[in-house]
Design a binder for this molecule. Structure first.
Ligand code: MF3
Ligand code: CO
Ligand code: CO
Length: 254
């Protein structure tokens, strides 16, 4: 298996700065999310903001992906391709996933946004998914097993009556878009590799109202939807293992 990189202090600072820009881009684009806007328009705003800040959107051209972000509404689990044909409407929930390359360093983060007023069910799914990410992050400290991230996430999601997507995972990140290790969101306690200071990876649980299975769109080759068309939510942060525990590199601290 490919080894997990330990980043140098200089690399960590570079990835931190890229992560901060990705987080700022999410804040920026959030103000444009409202009924009637297209996901293509949001992607244009994202690209403009990233480029204006001296960075590059990592998704554009990545394995042929055509846009500067992934925008995934409602039953779309992940990898939604922004389009001028996709119009957000009142009551929708939508994940916006942004990965920046700043001075060669990658920062990767995503959040859910509500379009106008959303149903209590949709709100609950979003809240539980955010809590799943927070629980996963709390498992980050030197000496802990990567498997414990997925263990706590899947335990909590199931207690709340939701399922966890297992076909897409978190990943090492920083010098490349996707590095070792694969970070599973459902795993056995004390399984997998051991965390060490200087490792950087994402945690990005995708939580479904119904069945856990994903179906990738045959026409575009990217858009992953729930098999039963029920709602899916996701939050993502880029996390550094520190000597004391963790630092969230994609959380804004100003
Ligand atoms: N940002 C996504 C992730 O969290 C990856 C998107 S790859 C793309 O890993 F090609 F779909 F853009
Ligand atoms: Co990611
Ligand atoms: Co991402």
């Amino acid at each position: 298996m490919e080894e997990i990189l330990i980043k140098t202090p200089e690399q960590i600072e570079g990835i931190r700065r890229s992560g901060q820009l990705a987080a700022k881009t999410l804040d920026f684009v959030g103000s444009f999310v409202k009924p009637g806007v297209t996901t293509g328009f949001l992607d244009d705003k994202i690209e403009e903001f990233i480029v204006k800040n001296g960075a590059v959107p990592a998704t554009k051209g990545y394995n042929g992906f055509p846009k500067s972000s992934c925008i995934s509404p409602n039953e779309v689990i992940c990898h939604g391709i922004p389009s001028n044909e996709i119009v957000l409407k009142e009551g929708d929930i939508v994940n916006i996933d942004i990965t920046t390359i700043l001075n060669g360093y990658y920062g990767d983060t995503s959040r859910m946004f509500a379009v106008g007023e959303i149903s209590p069910d949709a709100k609950d799914l979003i809240d539980v998914t955010k809590h799943c990410l927070d629980l996963g992050i709390e498992q980050v400290w030197p000496g802990n097993y990567f498997g414990n991230i997925g263990f706590v996430i899947s335990r909590y999601a199931r207690v709340k009556g939701y399922s966890v997507v297992y076909e897409f995972c978190g990943h090492g990140v920083g010098l490349h878009f996707h590095e070792a290790p694969q970070v599973d969101h459902t795993a056995r306690r004390n399984s997998g590799e051991i965390m060490k200071p200087g490792m950087i990876f994402t945690i990005e649980p995708m939580i479904n109202q119904g069945r856990s299975s994903a179906v990738v769109d045959k026409n575009d080759g990217w858009t992953a939807r729930t098999i039963d068309k029920k709602l899916s939510a996701q939050f993502e942060h880029t996390i550094l293992v520190t000597p004391e525990g963790y630092e969230i590199l994609t959380e804004l601290h100003e």
